[in-house]
Design a protein around this ligand. Sequence first.
Ligand SMILES: [Zn+2]
Length: 367
Amino acid sequence: MTEKAKAYQHQKQILALINLGLTPLILTLMAFSPYPAYLENSARAICPVWAGTFSLFFAFFSLSFLLLDLPLAFYSGYVLEKKYDLSTQTLASWFKDFIKRSFLGFGVSLGLLLALYGLILRDPQTWWLWAWAGFALFSYGVGKLFPVLIVPLFYKYGPVESESLKQRIAQLAARFGMAVEKIHSLNLSRTTRKANAAFMGIGKTKRVVLSDTLLAQFSEDEIEVVLAHELGHCRHHDIWRMFALNLVLSLISFRLVWMFLPAAAQRLGLDGPADMAGLPLLLLLFTAFSLVVQPLVHGISRRIETQADHFALQAMGSKDAFIRSMRKLALVNLADPDPHPLYEWFFYDHPAIRRRIAYAESLNLLA
Ligand SMILES: [Zn+2]
């Protein structure tokens, strides 16, 4: 690893740890303060209709949260990326994206929370089950629409330009039953010099996305191996496997929040679990659960990634391009090939690059 990558990763890790503590800290401070009740009363004074009060309350809440989170978001999202020459954005362009992301997040969260609190109000006994069913439908919708609705808000799809590369891609895709039209280039270079690739979408929206930064900096056989990895995700139905995991965990989390919320709300002096002033508490419970299960989710994700690597190595029949692509990925993205095992255990959804290379080297490929 270069000195530059080391310094970058060191800062990234510190920021990740701060970020890990910051959200629960802000939520805890808010939950134990009179601030949410004050926001609720102010919102009710402006609009006494429940949905209106809730929407205003959530707008005030989100704005407060955003302001507290902004310094860290700005530093890690813009300053650090600029400092290490990874970002290609101007400050104005970064800020525009940030506002867009914030509004999008606000709109979606408001819709979900209105529905959730509506359910808690209507049916204090079984809301968790309905909320879970609704959340499952929502997740399915997001999985399906993400590549066609959300991605185009920030990036543009394009074709793969090079003819010889296009041919190689078409051949590889055909071998594994994927139409070549489903392989897109994406102008990630609008925001970063980092390279990336992904498999996303469900049914008709299913696609492999290769960043233009990857296409520009990787050789044809390296790109082929990255594509083979993504095709591995497709063949292994990894979107459905992660979706199933998500369903199980979200069911447990809704049920646990349902169990703990009434007593916790009472202790904080709220008017029951449906009191909107309890929103920081509700979010804190969900956040705590997701932090507890994060190592499990990431562990499963790393396994799935190793299986996709295995698929790619078998499909290519050689390790050489795979290992070169991994080294280049580390170089281009200033990745830490060998993070502390504890850090990897908690934060990494892909195995560390040194592990991925070691895995490839350990394989006995049958030609
Ligand atoms: Zn992958």
